[in-house]
Write a protein that binds this ligand. Structure first.
Ligand code: ATP
Ligand code: MG
Length: 489
């Protein structure tokens, strides 16, 4: 780093880079300009500069400034300071948040009982110091609103050109300070199609087990971020190759080895998820079900062997398959139950739907039907099977949907009809698959609830960016008799 300091930053003028203000969020621009006119340094920082230089749409726009948090608060009425040690300013525009932080420096290294692990970084610093405390060179670039130039203290521009993900500083130290950076390396390499440089790769292979020091919620959040941008197959493969999966989800890692390593069906399932239309808005439940589908199959075999002549306990198989990820990552209950339900429902697709059948009409009203069908389609594609059954179910769902909405429209025209549909019931759904006997305590809790369970979706783990990753999937209205039945169940 010393040679960089002597030479000063590399500055790319407006004419030498592709960042246009037209591609910067208008509220981020407002913040940048306002800080600048108040006499402060005002930079766009982090991933947004990286993405703009790569011609990608940034997920969020963060601002860095030399203004102190209290000064930022005085400038913006729509500003909230968050964090106790290091105060960050959240400048609010409706649902959007522009995170604005004062430049800070890398905390002093201190060996504690926890090694180099850093619990916080909270000292103000210069722009150069701020760039050096960041994780990867491509994440350490600044865009200056005053000169419209890109400022590079860390060699990020060169690495962007070479599509290389390189740690700022010594990766052995940086990964020990914050082991989640190893997962971030995997995420960015997969997402951007970059190569992790040799030194950082070696450091991950050496320090992978440090990931166990990171807090479960952070790790859980990063695991689900690996599914974003339709790159889950690359991301989990890299996580496995770099031996991080062994620490995070040892049972899944073991399963991959026994299922053929790089030839395991899991990779094909993840590839199929990445290219499935449901991928962009998949819930974390569906993602978990994809990740654990092959473990579930193994568990089914095991349950089958033990059941003998008795009926197999399907919910038991799905819950057993998911127990390790639930325990290790402390995934939200809603994610767990959605994943388990989606897995349990797979057997229902073995039959072809027949028109007029109340049983099938009832099934397509299940709140998780569409995601269960998505998993079925994903697995069939991964196995190279034909999709005729999946298509038949999709067509059946569409017919039921059209019929139900025609019915509601008619009721609107003639509200006096004795068959009028209670609008409250329109999105009420039936928890039909709750086991009839001896429900587990969690299932009991869920089936007692009136109305639909809260639909779990990807934004449960979305970063706090003010945008949701997953819209609700549509579900069919429920016939009156079905609503009543669900209350009895
Ligand atoms: P994304 O597109 O996923 O938001 P990002 O690069 O913006 O990617 P964020 O998690 O939003 O990632 O973080 C913003 C910036 O903060 C990063 O670009 C990086 O400079 C810095 N940063 C985030 N996490 C760390 C970390 N653990 N260690 C060092 N710097 C970090
Ligand atoms: Mg970001």
């Amino acid at each position: 780093m010393f040679f960089l300091r002597k030479r000063g930053p590399i500055i790319r003028k407006r004419s030498e880079h592709c960042i246009s203000r037209a591609n910067i969020d208008e509220d981020a621009l407002k913040v940048l300009y306002r800080l600048s006119t108040e006499g402060h340094i005002s930079y766009l920082v982090g991933g947004s500069v990286r993405d703009l230089l790569l011609g990608r749409q940034p997920k969020d726009f963060d601002v860095g400034t030399d203004a102190r948090p209290n000064e930022i608060r005085k400038i913006f009425r729509n500003c909230f300071l968050i964090g106790r040690r290091f105060r960050l300013a959240h400048i609010i525009f409706g649902k959007k948040v522009i995170e604005t932080s004062t430049f800070r420096c890398q905390p002093q290294e201190s060996e504690t009982t926890n090694g180099l692990y850093q619990a916080e970084d909270n000292t103000f610093g210069t722009p150069e110091e701020d760039s050096q405390r960041r994780d990867f060179t491509v994440n350490g670039l600044f865009y200056d609103i005053k000169t419209f130039s890109v400022i590079d203290y860390v060699g990020g521009l060169k690495d962007l050109d070479k599509k290389t993900l390189r740690c700022i500083g010594d990766p052995n130290i940086r990964f020990q300070e914050d082991p989640v950076r190893m997962m971030r390396a995997v995420k960015f390499a997969a997402r951007l199609d970059f190569t992790i440089d040799r030194a950082s790769r070696k450091a991950i292979l050496k320090h992978h087990s440090e990931i166990l020091k990171a807090s479960a919620p952070r790790v859980c959040e990063e695991v689900y971020r690996l599914f974003t941008y339709n790159k889950s197959s690359e991301a989990f493969h890299l996580l496995w190759e770099l031996t991080l999966l062994k620490d995070l989800l040892p049972e899944l890692d073991k399963h991959i080895h026994t299922a053929g390593g790089k030839h395991a069906l899991l990779w094909k399932i993840l590839q199929s998820l990445d290219s499935d239309p449901s991928s962009e808005c998949a819930s974390n439940g569906l993602r978990t079900a994809c990740l654990y589908y092959t473990v579930f199959l193994e568990q089914l075999k095991h349950e089958g062997a033990h059941a003998g002549h008795n009926k197999m306990n399907l919910p038991h198989a799905s819950r057993n398959a998911l127990s390790s990820i639930a325990e290790r990552l402390k995934i939200p209950k809603m994610t767990f139950f959605t994943a388990a339900t989606i897995l349990d429902l797979q057997r229902r697709f073995d039959e072809l739907p027949t028109k007029g059948s109340r049983r099938f009409a009832h099934f397509v009203r299940h709140p998780d039907f569409l995601e269960a069908l998505a998993l079925y389609r994903i697995v069939q594609t991964a196995q190279g099977h034909d999709l005729s059954k999946a298509l038949a179910w999709e067509a059946f769902f569409n017919e039921e949907w059209d019929a139900a909405h025609r019915h509601i429209d008619e009721e609107k025209i003639n509200p006096e009809s004795p068959e009028a549909v209670d609008p409250e019931a329109v999105f009420t759904v039936v928890a039909e698959d709750a086991p009839a006997k001896k429900p587990s305590s969690n299932t009991r809790r869920r089936s007692k609830r009136r109305g639909p369970p809260r639909k779990e979706h990807a934004s449960d783990h979305a970063p706090h960016t003010g945008h949701s990753e997953a819209p609700h999937s549509p579900s069919l209205p429920v016939h009156e008799h079905e609503t009543k039945r669900s209350h009895h169940e």
